[in-house]
Design a protein. Structure first.
Ligand code: PBG
Length: 333
């Protein structure tokens, strides 16, 4: 009797570690990781974020301490988010461009103490507006585009002046990348990079972040749908990315991450540019909740979730797991 054998056995290469390693198409490295961090006023201050277990808001001195550890782990950069005291918030978000503001002071302290660690700052007004929107609003609560850009320019310049390596506009106003790029050039900051949050969706996954920076609950109008993208859209993301690149972005970002990996893939394939993705607070929170319940294996799932970003085409990943992942990569290779 003639036996029929398969021509190909894909399982052959899966049998041993060494063959699996030889043929792996993608790999996660510590160089892919950006750690988002929350900075607080005061000294020796540390606060937990209840909806983000394991994430702490730190005062500048503790932030700098932590930064040394991150460099030792090989993490290339952090993304900085200030927790603005309610008393410093206002209708016109003046605190956003205060040269002595929390973010600006944190950048200076970091660049002085740990110059090799890349510092990325968030350019958007939500931590500074009394109403929690990312821009200035009219009487109806509508976020004003061009008026907001004027403030974003001042904010970005104040970050560059403080020494930020990369400014990251996350506000989604039309035309802000071009305006910020021109302002940076005019003021001599020709090497300050712009990481544009180009495809930023109006997502419910940002909830825990808004707890962390204290902007939740008070968002006037309740949502950000008049400027952040509709989760239904994909072609529009490519248009946003193309515009930001034309306007002078060095790198682009897709946000949130895991539910939007199709956008990461399209961006990389169609635009061929440095592409970053943000595994946002809600993604972190749901993972942590499952870990805490023993429903998912923490170490395996962290590394698998981040590898999935690489497979989708991301060059780098902003993730609250950055430090933990770096430690895991250190021990597990
Ligand atoms: C605000 C900003 C947000 C995040 C980063 N920058 C929240 C928002 O748009 O409401 C979310 C990050 C996260 O959820 O981890 N400009």
């Amino acid at each position: 009797m003639h036996e029929q054998f398969p021509n190909s056995r894909l399982r052959r290469l899966r049998k041993h570690d060494f063959t699996r390693n030889l043929v792996a198409e993608n790999r996660l490295s510590v160089n892919d990781l950006i750690y988002p961090m929350f900075v607080l006023e005061g000294e020796n201050q540390k606060e937990m974020v209840p909806s983000m277990p394991g994430v702490e808001r730190l005062s500048i001195d503790l932030l700098v301490k932590e930064a040394h550890l991150l460099v030792e782990l090989g993490i290339p950069a952090i993304a900085l988010f200030p927790v603005t005291p309610a008393t410093a918030k206002s209708l016109h978000a003046e605190e956003a461009y205060n040269p002595q503001g929390l973010a600006q002071r944190a950048v200076r302290a970091l660049k002085k103490a740990v110059p090799e660690l890349g510092v990325i700052t968030d350019v958007a007004l939500d931590p500074f507006t009394s109403h929690g929107q990312d821009g200035l609003i009219d009487e109806s609560g509508y976020v004003l585009n061009d008026e907001t850009i004027e403030v974003l320019i001042k904010q970005a310049l104040s970050h560059a002046e403080a020494g930020a390596d990369i400014v990251a506009p996350s506000d989604m106003m039309d035309g802000r990348i071009g305006a910020i790029r021109q302002a940076l050039e005019h003021n001599g900051y020709i090497n300050t990079c712009i990481l544009a949050y180009s495809a930023k969706y109006a997502s419910a996954y940002y909830g825990p972040f808004r707890d962390a920076v204290g902007s939740s609950g008070n968002i006037k109008g309740g949502d950000k749908k008049s400027y952040q993208m509709d989760p239904a859209n994909s072609d529009e993301a490519i248009r946003e990315i193309a515009l930001d690149l034309q306007e002078g972005a060095d790198m682009v970002m897709v946000k949130p991450g895991m539910p939007y990996l199709d956008i990461v893939r399209r961006c990389k394939e169609e635009c061929k540019v440095p592409t970053f993705a943000y595994q946002v607070s809600g993604e972190y929170a749901m993972h942590k909740a499952a870990f805490a319940n023993g429903w998912l294996n923490e170490e395996q799932v962290i590394l698998e979730s981040l590898l999935a970003f690489k497979r989708a085409g991301a060059d780098g990943i902003l993730t609250y797991f950055a430090k933990q992942a770096a430690q895991l990569l250190d021990t597990k290779g």
